[in-house]
Write a protein that binds this ligand. Sequence first.
Ligand code: ATP
Length: 346
Amino acid sequence: MRPALQVSGLTKRFGQTHAVDALDLTFAPGSFTSLLGPSGCGKSTTLQMIAGLIPPDLGTVTVDGSDMTHVSPERRPISLVFQKPLLFPHLTVEQNIGFGLRMQHVPRAVIADSVAEMLEQVRLTGLGGRRPHELSGGQEQRVALARALVLRPAVLLLDEPFSQLDATLRIEMRRLVRELHDSTGVSTVFVTHDQDEAVDIADEIVLMLDGRVEAQGSPERLFEAPPTLATARFLGVANELFGHAHAGGFRLAGTDLATDSGAVRGEAVLTIRPEAVELPARSATRHALIVESVRFAGTFLAATGRTVDGQLMTLHLPVGAPLVVGEAIEVGLPADRCSVFARGTA
Ligand code: ATP
C-alpha cells in the first residue's frame, strides 16, 4: 500500500542548530502517529516542513505518492492545526469553517452542507453564528479542527493543539480527535511533548530527540521494550540499575538475573518499570531488597527498596502488599520486562 505521507532525508538548520537532521518517516493511510519529544527537538519544524510553511534545506515530502516538496502550502492536501486556533475574529464560526472551501470556489449550497456536517461532528451545532470571542478555548479549538477537516485533507497535522486547555478538557478533546480520525480515516500526525498524551491518543509513536528519530513503535512496545536508554528515560522508566551484562544475563548486586542482555557486555544498565516488579515474586528471575519506604498512592502502593550494593528500586504494588520498612523482601523481575543497555549510551 502506498504511504499516505513520506518524508525522506528531511533536513533543516537554523544557523548552527540542526533542528531536523535527515529525517526519514513513513505514515500509512489511516494511521494515527504521535510525534513525541522534548521541547526543541524539532517537532514543529518537521510539521511545518510537511505543511510547506518552512522550506527544507534537503529532503522530500511525498503525499500519496506525489512529490509535494516544492508545492505551496495551500495546494497541499494537508491541514495543520496549531496550538492557538488562529480563527478570523470578524467571521462567524460557520464562515471560519467554510473559509477554505470558499477559496476553492465550492458552490455555496455545498459549503453550507459541509459546514453543518462538520459542526455536528465537532459538537458545535447551534453555535455556527457566533464569533470567536464568544467561544471558550475548547470551542475555538473545535472550530479550528472543523476548519481543517472540512477540506477533506489526505493528512491532518496537529501541533500541540490542546496544550493551552485545562487537563479535563484536554482529555475530552483527545477523545474527539480520535473519533474524528476513526470516522474520517484521515492520516493524522499529532505533535506533543507529553508522553501520556501520546500514549492515550496514538497507535504509533515516533520519539524525536535532537532532530532525529530516537525510537519508533507502538506505545506498548516503546514502554515495555524501549530500544534505547534515552527512550527509556524519556518515557519515564524509573528504575535504572547498574550491573554487569554477560552472555547468560545480568549480574545485579551479586545475583545473576536470567535477562536477555542482547549483544551488551560488561558495565551496563538494566531498566524495569516500577509496576513490572513483582511481590510476591512469580518469575524465576528474583532479587533481594530491603524495604526503605512505602507510600499510599491512591490506587497502588509506591515503595522503594535497596539492593545489597545500595541501589534504589521503585516498586508499584497493589494496595495491601505485605511491605514493612526495614524488612527483607524478594521481588520478581520478569525477564521480558527488563531491558539492558550499555552504560554511557544516553
Ligand atoms: P517545542 O515543543 O518547544 O515547540 P519543538 O520540538 O517543536 O519544540 P522546534 O520548534 O522544531 O522544536 O525547534 C527545533 C530547534 O530549532 C530548536 O533548537 C529551536 O530553537 C530552533 N528553531 C526553530 N525555529 C527557529 C527559527 N526560526 N530560527 C532559529 N532557530 C529556530
